[in-house]
Design a protein around this ligand. Structure first.
Ligand code: C2E
Ligand code: MG
Ligand code: MG
Length: 443
């Protein structure tokens, strides 16, 4: 009767419509009570915030219905796989959260995070498809990371992003060091704005050698920021900030223009009209609707032939949004610019997906090159990439070549081009002339 209906309504407002597990409201209410109890008892509470890795791609690739079915399965695995006392809820989208009470040491919370990882590890079989799912988990604890539900959620979120940044499929505790990192980041952001006003950016150029004859085929422009207090800041640290703050387009345009003008000058002064230049493009730059006009204008101003410029897009960028990235690359390729897939081997793109991109070059990531020639698995992958590239008539560059044994292996397998400290580190402008004109093996 009436009671049933009321129960039903109460259930609906506290549970997630898709998966049937508790929703955000229910979770926050439970967390509030739990924190109040812990405060009285002097005990601890942990919030584990879990975000599925690359769920958006699964959705894009296999459709929303499939995505929904997958979320239902993930919810089921979490509720079935964890202890009855662990309160599991869905916050929305591909975000889940787990409340962990009455634990002593951080290791227990870490143990639960490991358990979650294990529970999600076996492949999901749905509608005749198999997909693997991993998650990035942020952990915050009461009382260390916040003294109410809201701040615990916020700090777990910060920690979750940190887990994403450190390569996904992992967990991260919110801590003062994360906090320190956040404030360093906002300081860097302010400093970057200043750097843009004051021209504190610079480029170095790393030679790319033809492994057969030692000739320098091209140079890759690499962005450098000399911070007035911290000295050189690594691009992997400041480029994400430039991206997040929308400043990357302006810096990227400067990189393109400087690199094209510089290489045109080297082509003339070194009498090397065939010397190419590679420039990295970030996701944001690639998606900019005027990128093709921008590249066209820069090439014209520099007087550089389009085919002398290679833009490098890394695998992570392609995975962000394969369809849109492909469309933008096609427009650039139509300009006559060459396209390289950077850091190949770090993501999970299939060779099939890569086939659909208008590539001229594949750059094999340092992480694969590093374990050559001893690791049989990496040897097999590199071999497969080389064969694939040959079939499609793509150029291959091995990145991060540091040892002679790696180089010998690559050359023997027919990899034409290499880049890495063994050949040369990135060089300041003034040192490039002599390096290029003497060639690497002669030097
Ligand atoms: P990347 O495009 O894959 O560039 C190669 C990176 O590997 C460079 O790091 C280079 O210094 C380093 N490297 C080269 N040879 C070796 C080696 O033998 N061993 C080791 N351990 N490292 C080697 P860098 O300059 O720190 O740049 C890191 C990344 O930052 C670049 O990776 C690229 O993704 C990004 N980046 C750099 N400049 C730009 C830029 O102007 N625009 C954009 N969007 N991204 C850039
Ligand atoms: Mg690159
Ligand atoms: Mg690379």
């Amino acid at each position: 009767g009436r009671k049933r209906v009321e129960d039903e309504l109460a259930h609906l407002s506290l549970h997630d419509g898709l998966t049937g597990i508790p929703n955000r409201a229910f979770f926050l209410e439970t967390l509030r009570k739990s924190v109040a109890r812990a405060r009285r008892a002097g005990s601890r509470v942990a919030v584990l915030l879990l975000d599925l890795d690359r769920f958006k791609q699964v959705n894009d690739r296999l459709g929303h219905e499939f995505g929904d079915a997958l979320l239902v399965d993930v919810a089921r695995r979490l509720t079935d796989g964890l202890r009855a006392g662990d309160f599991v809820a869905r916050l929305g989208g591909d975000e889940f959260v787990i409340l962990f009470e009455n634990f002593g040491h951080d290791e227990h919370a870490a143990g639960l995070a490991d358990k979650i990882t294990d529970v999600l590890a076996p492949v999901f079989r749905l509608e005749g498809q198999e997909v693997s799912v991993s998650a990035s988990i942020g952990i915050s604890t009461f009382p260390e990371c916040g003294d109410d539900a809201g701040s615990l959620m916020k700090t777990a979120d910060v920690a979750m992003y940190r887990a994403k940044e450190s390569g996904r499929n992992t967990y991260h505790f919110y801590s003062r060091s994360v906090h320190a990192e956040m404030s360093r980041r906002s300081q860097l952001e302010a400093d970057l704005r200043e750097a843009m006003r004051q021209d504190h950016f610079d480029l170095e150029y790393q030679p790319i050698a033809d492994l057969r004859n030692g000739r320098i085929a091209a140079v890759e422009a690499l962005l450098r920021w000399n911070h007035p207090d911290h000295g050189q800041v690594r691009p992997l640290e400041f480029i994400p900030i430039l991206e997040a703050t929308g400043l990357m387009n302006r810096v990227g345009e400067w990189v393109l223009a400087s690199a094209c003008a510089q290489v045109k000058e080297w082509q003339r002064t070194l009498n090397r009209p065939d010397l190419g230049v590679a420039v990295n493009l970030s996701y944001q730059q690639l998606l900019h609707r005027r990128i093709v006009d921008q590249v066209h204008r820069i090439l014209t101003n520099a007087g550089l032939e389009a085919s002398m410029l290679t833009v490098e897009i890394n695998e992570a960028t392609v995975l962000e949004n394969p369809r849109v990235v492909r469309e933008q690359l096609q427009l650039l390729a139509r300009e006559g610019v060459r396209i390289a897939l950077d850091d190949f081997g770090t993501g999970y793109s299939s060779l099939q997906a890569i086939r659909q991109l208008p590539l001229s070059t594949i750059k094999i990531d340092r992480s694969l090159v590093m374990s050559l020639p001893t690791d049989p698995e990496d040897v097999a992958v590199v071999d497969a990439v080389l064969r694939f590239a040959e079939d499609l008539d793509l150029e291959v560059i091995a990145e991060g070549v540091e040892a002679q044994a790696q180089l010998d292996f690559l050359a023997e397998r027919g990899c034409a081009l290499g880049q890495g400290y063994l050949i040369s580190p990135p060089l300041p402008v003034a040192s490039v002339d002599s390096f290029v004109s003497t060639n690497w093996r002669a030097a």
